[in-house]
Design a protein around this ligand. Structure first.
Ligand code: UD1
Ligand code: MG
Length: 449
């Protein structure tokens, strides 16, 4: 990668009315992460040193989301939507500081790869003044066309301003453009708004640069990378592309996906080699799965850490703060929230374990519930190593069951249980000899009357 300095400017002033949403377009999520954060993450991976984000008036929410991904970014407000060149000029303050390369990105175009951005940087490195990222469009309608003559980029023509023959061109402008930091302000300040839309077009940078004796070139990417989000269908298309890429990446890194198209990742899901993911597994944000772990079918994980060799599912739910120890087993219809399940412990059937520690090799019987909430506060349950909790027990927190203790099935445990002892907290059983036979006889006699 080049050692030149790079400023990336993200245009995120669009409202996205076609989303029909109270939420601005760039805050809709792909793989659990706002679109604008995908753009910034890609730019970071491509080696940006500085970021500027241009938002619409009153869009503190967009600024906030951007700053989560790029904490050092400068935020600028474009109060009036006067065009893409005008939007970039809102970041004038950032452009006044010396920088080698500037790349303009769209906040609603989340699939551009760092490798493609690196090619734009390489072109600037070779002495490019204006570098346009283009692509061959299956259907070029609505895109600016790249007009090339004798291998030279002469201009970008917007659909509305194009002649019939220019409209036949299929090489299109992705919207992403690189500039030499030295020349960008001179170029942008010379752009006017004499066009069909009366806007200051960033695309006019090509003709302006050429008139100044500067060069303009094209770097080509694939159409898929430049898919933008304008409505919910395009949001779903981008989600599908992201998921497909992410699945391929996981498999290439040594993760088995038995039915890849049924596994859904979050943008930050971390899986080690030799993890096996069965069909229909969904990862929410913040999941780490270590080597050799197996996630069985129909499980949902979020904010969870699954350690080496653990088995989770089928039909398990891991919620934030679930920490599943090495070779631990979490089985069907078990929900774990904010709880550490230490190495080799087992909770295999129908349980809720919340705000708890389950010691190493402890066994949690079917139907065990930690009663962690009284409508006001949350309380902790501590279960020691090698403890055995009989089925259908309720552990009323705060409560501590010490190492090696047994809890009889069906107990309601409200006070601490000492180590290696047995706690039974349930009604005592009473057998009444012959009661059932007598009862049946009485009822049958009644029915015959
Ligand atoms: C733009 C390009 C076009 C390209 C297409 C790719 C121009 C003039 N045209 O057209 O060549 O093929 O993108 O999708 O640049 N924005 C602002 N402030 C503004 C105007 C736009 O922030 O005043 C932002 C929008 O939020 C959006 C981006 O800039 O993220 C592009 O604007 P949009 O209006 O969608 O441009 P297009 O007509 O699609
Ligand atoms: Mg657009």
């Amino acid at each position: 990668m080049t050692d030149r300095s790079c400023l990336m400017i993200v245009l995120a002033a669009g409202e996205g009315t076609r989303m029909k949403s109270a939420l601005p377009k760039v805050l809709h999520e792909i793989a659990g992460r706002p679109i604008v954060q995908h753009v910034l993450a890609g730019a970071t991976a491509a080696g940006a040193d500085r970021f500027a984000v241009v938002v619409g008036p009153g869009r503190e929410d967009v600024a906030k989301a951007a700053l989560v991904q790029a904490p050092g970014a400068s935020v600028f407000v474009q109060s009036e939507r006067l065009g893409t060149a005008h939007a970039v000029l809102m970041a004038r303050e950032a452009l006044l500081e010396p920088v080698d390369d500037v790349i303009v990105l769209y906040g609603d175009t989340p699939l551009v790869t760092p490798a493609t951005l690196a090619r734009v940087r390489a072109e600037l490195d070779k002495g490019g003044h204006v570098v346009v990222l283009g692509f061959e469009a299956a259907n070029p309608m609505g895109y600016g066309r790249l007009l090339i003559q004798d291998g030279k980029l002469l201009a970008i023509r917007e659909e509305r301003d194009a002649t019939e023959s220019e409209r036949k061109v299929t090489l299109c402008n992705s919207g992403i453009m690189g500039f030499s930091g030295e020349h960008i302000l001179g170029i942008l300040d010379a752009i006017d708004n004499r066009n069909a839309k009366g806007e200051f077009y960033l695309t006019d940078a090509v003709e302006v640069a050429r008139a100044k004796g500067l060069n303009a070139t094209v770097v080509e990417g694939t159409e898929e990378e430049f898919l933008g989000v304008n409505d919910r269908r395009q949001l779903a298309t981008c989600e599908a592309v992201f998921q497909s890429r992410r699945r391929n990446q996981a498999m290439l890194e040594g993760v088995t996906l038995q039915a890849p198209e049924t596994v859904f990742f979050a943008a930050d899901t971390q899986l080690s080699a030799d993890v096996i993911i069965e069909p229909n597994v969904v990862f929410g944000p913040g999941v780490v799965v270590e080597r050799g772990a197996r996630i069985k079918a129909f499980s949902h994980l979020e904010g969870a850490h699954v350690r080496e060799g653990a088995i989770v599912g089928p039909y398990a739910r891991l919620r934030p703060g679930a920490d599943i120890g090495r070779s631990a087993h979490i089985g069907n219809f078990v929900e774990i929230k904010n709880a550490t399940i230490e190495d080799g412990a087992k909770a295999n059937h129908l349980s809720y374990i919340g705000d708890a520690r389950v010691g190493a090799k402890a066994n949690i019987g079917a139907g065990t519930i930690t009663c962690n909430y009284d409508g006001f506060g949350k309380y902790h349950t501590d279960i020691g190593a090698n403890a055995f909790i009989g089925s259908n027990s309720s552990l009323v927190a705060p409560v501590k069951i010490a190492d090696g203790a047994y809890v009889g099935s069906g107990s309601v445990i409200t006070s601490d249980v000492p180590a290696d002892s047995l706690a039974v907290g349930r009604g005592r059983q009473a057998n009444k000899d012959g009661w059932a036979a007598a009862f049946r006889q009485r009822m049958q006699a009644l029915k015959k009357r």
